[in-house]
Design a protein around this ligand. Structure first.
Ligand SMILES: Cc1ncc(C[n+]2csc(CCOP(=O)(O)OP(=O)(O)O)c2C)c(N)n1
Ligand SMILES: [Mg+2]
Length: 765
């Protein structure tokens, strides 16, 4: 507990020097608690004043929640334990060691605001030195991240070598620390318990007996919605009481001594490794939800007065007086000193430098490691084919899924023709081999997702009763067998769980490579993928980052995949600053790009086309354990002069087939560009080609309107207008979902024949 800022001289003569303790709290600690709680309330009041004076732009108060925050901070250790506080945890942060001045820097949006450098609203806490992890405004996203944080602590304790730094990849830039018995604290409001991620987090923490303390600060309202509307029966403790392995506390959270004792019991339980704790603290919200809310519209006076009678700051003051710990003079002295300091801090904060507009692009991506740079461009080693799949349980030796049994296989001839059939491996093989080699190289790499383990009941594997699964497409086959169940394991069937936990783990320095089984089911993780993972670094002004790799099986052309096994939608993610998005079309690129994804320092969405997993097109020998393809570098699949086709993914072989036909039948030579990497993308390659051919077709598998190609087409029109001899054309799927019946699927997705027609039209324009 970091309360040593209290000047001991101040209280001289005012403190009854009694040895009496209160649930273990000394009288000095109670005085410290009062100082912090009073300070917290004063910062709120000052910010509210500044907001009314239009000197700050938003205010969120922690009023009424002070006692529980101080109690938690007195039990836990800053810089040792980990903290995912929500916006009402001002007193917690002060008690951990944050200062009122730092908070006021946040309120004015100063460049030196330690939480975000003026990027986030005030009260979105992040204090790197204290292990207070950057928080967002989305009410429940922190909970699964806290679970991942706790898992990382446990993993590092069991794999201490993983914490070591290493040169040449993301590890060089990540300080990793662990204690072995650290606790992760996460807090939330009563309304936030309604979100699914809350329940997913409780489930995983319970199931894995993780050292997480969940603190529900129940002020009975979520803005204007009362607790009985959120929570069946009106009491969250009752609903969660069935989770095994938990230590539960339900307390009056306006009483610091009571809250301290509850946290102490919960923390002892967690530190001993028994499992998670749950502290349900009944608190009050004496100020409205925020300055934009007037609670008198939905709370009658009597109810508000009843709350006011439980004000934790007043309660502690009365307690100190009653117990003779401080007299009125002592209280006044403390309050006066805090008020004077507040004025000085406010004056300073109002003078603080503001961030400059030219800094807005700082920390969208890692400033340390650029995955488009030369070190990520390596050459394929000549490798024996066995290296690729490590023997008998190779990924391609097994029949993966019905979706791969597609008789309508589009396989252009003379492309990547194998020298020796045995040497060429599928994309599935090379992804598997790359994962294996990266896991051998880097103990921080862990894999989880739905069905990715060989078998969760590992005794079956040990007894050799089964062969194991290793992913519905077998991409992770054999990895649990080699690396163990703590590095390769199944997640619950819950996509937010996968991405949220991975984000928490990566914040601690691990490198989770997680799998989303089908792109069509990525949406439960959307909040984590849009509002959290890609923006940890930017919103914390580079204090935190989460360079996770999310592998996603994507795309159609499956013959029977239908609506929910065929979707694309990559543009939704390329539209998210901070997220790298790659989409290989062949085995070699998949290996090279995946290795870059794992070694780089940014979060990556790695899109794997299901139809390409075992395609004849694009097979290659394993390029060795250091082969990398840099991001943002397109591949010229074939050079040409008549027109440019810009595409990626499963459209590449289809476009190639069409281009070959066009050349054969109409002598038009097509320059075919495979973008490979969608964010960043290779504008230089596109521009150079269009300047040469003066004609451009953008082709993509997703539905036409608002798709990825719209941006490329717009840029060409904008920047190369004077070089064009024809309008920029697009070929893509219809603006529908993909249907089951193959006749419909063929009509919906862009076919080689559609591409041929468009290329011909463009050439003839
Ligand atoms: C996912 C999400 N939905 C809606 C909001 C808007 N919002 C902000 S705070 C809040 C109420 C939160 O209530 P509760 O969890 O009880 O916390 P309290 O503010 O009462 O402390 C809402 C609806 C949000 N920030 N995030
Ligand atoms: Mg509430």
């Amino acid at each position: 507990m970091a309360t040593t800022k209290v000047d001991p001289k101040l209280n001289e003569g005012d403190i009854a020097k009694t040895a009496k303790t209160y649930q273990g709290l000394t009288s000095q600690q109670l005085i410290d608690a009062y100082r912090i709680m009073f300070t917290s309330r004063r910062v709120d009041d000052r910010e509210i004043l500044l907001k009314r004076q239009q000197k700050v732009f938003f205010q969120i108060s922690g009023a009424g929640h002070e006692a529980v925050g101080v109690a938690a901070a007195f039990v836990l250790k800053p810089g040792y334990d980990w903290f995912y506080p929500y916006y009402r945890d001002r007193a917690l942060c002060l008690a951990l060691g944050a200062t009122p001045y730092e908070m006021l820097l946040g309120a004015v949006g100063a460049a030196d605001d330690p939480s975000s450098g003026g990027r986030q609203m005030p009260s979105h806490w992040a204090f790197k030195r204290l292990n207070v992890v950057t928080q967002s405004s989305a009410t429940g996203t922190q909970i699964l991240q806290a679970v991942g944080c706790a898992e990382a602590g446990r993993y590092l304790a069991q794999h201490p070598n993983a914490a070591r730094k290493a040169e040449g990849d993301y590890r060089q830039f990540k300080d990793v620390q662990f204690q072995g018995d650290e606790i992760t604290y996460v807090s939330l409001g009563d309304g936030t318990t309604s979100g699914g991620e809350f329940w997913e987090a409780l489930n995983t923490a319970s199931n894995r007996r993780l050292p997480v303390i969940f603190c529900v600060e129940d002020n009975q309202y979520a803005i204007s919605v009362p607790v009985e509307v959120q929570t069946s029966g009106g009491n969250i403790s009752r609903l969660v009481s069935g989770f095994p392995n938990f230590h539960f506390e339900e307390i009056d959270g306006t009483e610091p001594v009571v809250a301290y004792a509850a946290f102490k019991r919960a923390a002892d339980y967690c530190r001993a490794g028994h499992g998670p704790g749950f502290v349900h603290a009944h608190v009050i919200r004496p100020y409205s939800h925020s300055l934009s809310d007037d609670e008198r519209l939905y709370r009658p006076d009597a109810e508000r007065q009843a709350d006011a009678a439980r004000d934790p700051v007043h309660r502690l003051q009365l307690f100190l007086l009653r117990e003779g710990i401080l007299d009125e003079k002592g209280i006044n002295k403390i309050e006066k000193e805090i008020d004077e300091q507040m004025q000085a801090d406010t004056d300073r904060a109002l003078e603080a430098a503001v961030p400059q507009p030219e800094t807005i692009y700082n920390f969208v991506y890692s400033p340390d490691l650029d995955p488009t740079s030369a070190p990520f461009e390596t050459h394929a080693a000549i490798a024996a084919p066995e290296t690729a799949t490590d023997g008998k349980r190779s990924a391609d030796s097994q029949n993966a899924s019905p979706q791969n049994a597609n008789p309508e296989n589009v396989s252009p001839q003379n492309i990547n023709a194998p020298n020796k059939a045995t040497q060429n491996k599928t994309m599935a093989d090379l992804i598997n081999a790359t994962l294996r080699d990266e896991m051998r190289r880097d103990e921080r790499v862990i894999l989880f997702g739905e069905d990715v383990a060989d078998a969760s009941r590992e005794e079956y594997l040990k007894q050799k009763l089964i062969k194991g699964k290793g992913g519905v497409f077998k991409l992770t086959s054999g990895l649990q067998l080699e690396f163990g169940s703590d590095r390769v394991f199944n997640s619950p069937l819950a996509e937010a769980n996968i991405v949220g936990r991975a984000t928490g783990m990566a914040t601690r320095g691990l490198k989770p490579v997680v799998e989303i089984q089908f792109f069509d089911y990525i949406w439960p993780a959307m909040m984590q993928l849009r509002d959290e993972l890609p923006i940890m670094r930017w919103r914390s002004n580079n204090a935190f980052s989460a360079p996770v790799v999310v592998r996603v099986a994507i795309g159609g052309y499956l013959t029977g995949g239908a609506i929910y096994h065929s979707q694309c939608g990559e543009s939704i993610f390329t539209h998210t600053p901070g997220l790298r998005v790659v989409f290989p079309s062949n085995a070699l690129d998949a290996a090279g790009l995946l290795r870059t994804a794992i070694r780089c320092d940014d979060p990556v969405l790695f899109l794997e086309h299901k139809r390409l997993y075992r395609e004849t097109y694009g097979r290659a020998p394993y390029p060795g354990p250091d082969y990398m393809v840099p991001f943002g570098k397109a591949k010229i699949v074939q050079p040409g002069t008549g027109l440019t086709v810009i595409t990626y993914g499963a459209v590449v072989p289809r476009a190639l087939q069409a281009a070959q036909k066009l050349e054969r039948e109409h002598q038009v030579s097509v320059e075919l560009i495979d973008l490979r990497s969608l964010n960043p993308f290779d504008w230089d390659a596109i521009a150079a080609s269009v300047k040469k051919t003066n004609r451009a077709l953008v082709a993509y598998e997703d539905s036409l309107s608002w798709g990825y190609g719209a941006e490329i087409a717009a840029r060409i029109a904008d920047q190369l207008f004077h070089r064009l001899d024809a309008p920029v054309k697009r070929i893509a799927a219809t603006d529908t979902f993909v249907a089951y019946q193959p006749i419909l699927e063929n009509a919906i997705l862009p076919q080689a024949s559609d591409l041929f027609r468009a290329m011909k039209e463009l050439a003839e324009f």
